[in-house]
Design a protein around this ligand. Structure first.
Ligand SMILES: Nc1ncnc2c1ncn2[C@@H]1O[C@H](COP(=O)(O)OP(=O)(O)OP(=O)(O)O)[C@@H](O)[C@H]1O
Ligand SMILES: [Mg+2]
Length: 455
């Protein structure tokens, strides 16, 4: 009998017999994908959850304190993002573009962990794994490798070996023989993940799942996968640059703002404990259009360089490209600068770039973007020792940002002694090092002072 097809929404699981552009249930666009129809069998009194310790309701005071144990991965930058290491029995999803280094990072963890690890690859042969392991210097007397895609066979081996950590590379290649859909489809990814997570919670081993991303940059498969796991980490970076950043999007056992920075080398991923220094190396001097900024990622301040290039346009509609900063944010700042300062950006092409493949979504980067743009259009360089921090509002006002003390200390440590900050952020409890002078910026008009003095 021919399999019946159905269209399933990746966001809310709604099923529809025909393809539609907008999901009739959650109203999201372009989320319907074709699947093999599976009748939903929901026998009465059957629990459909991944947590096994169901019980009668209990009073909060009577719940026993669990003793969560964290195992360090041996890789400081990864531990930082996880909130101090992997919690035993937790499930972590590591997502990233093809070739970014997901398998490399997980294999590096294997050689650092002291407990038994089971590494399951559904994508590469044992020979390929051996080659990579040799290159990374993996000695591996605690890691079992297995090339398998059938989730039942994997769980049988888990039963036999009782590993403390199971690595699944990748969840999209796994299949559950009881589910009729093809591997990688929404149903399969969901079913396999449920089986693995349920077993990990009952047997108390940690699972690290590799997740592919689709062309929009989100994790391929059902959205519900992100809800089921304890932590979701994204591996980012420019394909052709060697720096890689791990960011936590969700973490049930730690903060979500932390980032870990790595450099891809021929012997694997190397930690970068001082990313600011790396990001500033090779900075041009005496050139217009460059401004430094200090952002705070989690608990760590990070210095980045924003570069702008403003050139007269030859196109009927001027070009705007933005790399590392939200495109709409750039358009908004251009509109503010044009309206408030009368600068003619509309007659110019504009290219904006954050050096090092970093993506900055914090509002504190606004002032540095504005300064880089003004510097480029006026062709007046900003002195190397100047750094700018602040959010810009639509009226051209400069608004205060959080963690000012941390930002000033880090900026000073890296040799910036003239820091433009929102006037509201200069409070009496701010400790300013002796050699640092602060430029108080109340509105975007105050930034013009910087260019007059340096003409
Ligand atoms: N010999 C080598 N020297 C330096 N870097 C290498 C070498 N071999 C591979 N790489 C780097 O490792 C990256 C591939 O890493 P890895 O296979 O871990 O990525 P992945 O995210 O698992 O990819 P996929 O999604 O295809 O599984 C390459 O893009 C390259 O940057
Ligand atoms: Mg891989």
């Amino acid at each position: 009998m021919k399999d019946k097809k159905v269209f399933v929404c990746t966001e809310c699981d709604y099923q529809h017999p025909k393809w539609v552009g907008q999901c009739p249930s959650c109203k999201k666009w372009n989320t319907m994908v074709e699947e093999t129809y599976q009748p939903k069998i929901e026998p009465k009194n059957t629990r459909t959850s991944i947590i096994s310790d169901f019980s009668e309701p209990v009073l909060f005071k009577d719940i026993e304190m669990p003793d969560y144990i964290r195992s360090t991965t041996g890789i400081g930058e990864l531990d930082r993002v996880l909130g101090g290491g992997i919690v035993d029995g937790s499930v972590v999803l590591l997502a990233g573009e093809p070739g970014i280094g997901k398998s490399t990072l997980l294999m590096q963890i294997c050689s650092q962990l002291e407990n038994t690890v089971l590494y399951v690859s559904g994508e590469e042969s044992k020979g390929q794994l051996k080659l990579r392991g040799e290159r990374l210097g993996l000695y591996g007397d605690n890691t079992y490798f297995m090339t398998e895609t059938n989730v039942d066979n994997i769980l049988a081996q888990v039963e036999k070996l009782s590993p403390k950590v199971v690595i699944i590379d990748s969840i999209q290649t796994m299949f559950d023989p009881n589910c009729v859909s093809i591997p990688g489809s929404i149903n399969q990814v969901k079913e396999c993940a449920i089986k693995l997570i349920a077993t990990s919670k009952s047997k108390c081993f940690s699972v690290l799942l590799v997740g592919h991303v689709n062309k929009e940059g989100t994790i391929a498969g059902p959205k519900v996968l992100e809800h089921m796991v304890d932590a979701v980490l994204y591996f980012e970076g420019e394909r052709f640059q060697s720096y890689r950043i791990i960011r936590a999007i969700k973490n049930r056992f730690g903060s979500t703002n932390e980032i870990g920075v790595f450099e891809m080398t021929d012997v694997g991923l190397k930690e970068v404990p001082n990313p600011s220094e790396v990001l500033l190396s090779g900075r041009p001097t005496g050139v217009s259009g460059s401004c430094a900024v200090c952002v705070v990622e989690g608990s760590r301040p990070l210095i980045a360089e924003v570069q702008a290039l403003v050139t007269p346009t030859t196109f009927p509609a001027p070009r705007r490209t933005s790399n590392g900063v939200d495109y709409n944010r750039l358009c908004l700042l251009l509109a503010v600068l044009e309206k408030r300062l009368g600068l003619k950006f509309s007659q110019n092409d504009i290219y904006l770039n954050v050096v090092g493949g970093l993506s900055l979504d914090e509002p504190s980067v606004d002032l540095a973007i504005a300064l880089a743009l003004i510097s480029s259009i006026k062709d007046i360089p900003i002195p190397e020792n100047v750094l700018a921090i602040g959010e810009i509002g639509l009226a051209g006002e400069c608004r205060s940002v959080t963690d000012m003390q941390k930002r000033i200390s880090e900026s000073f440590r890296l040799g910036f002694n003239t820091i433009a900050v929102p006037s509201k952020s200069i409070t009496s409890d701010l400790k300013i090092p002796n050699d640092v002078s602060l430029i108080s910026v109340q509105s975007i008009y105050d930034t013009l002072k910087l260019f007059k003095d340096n003409k």
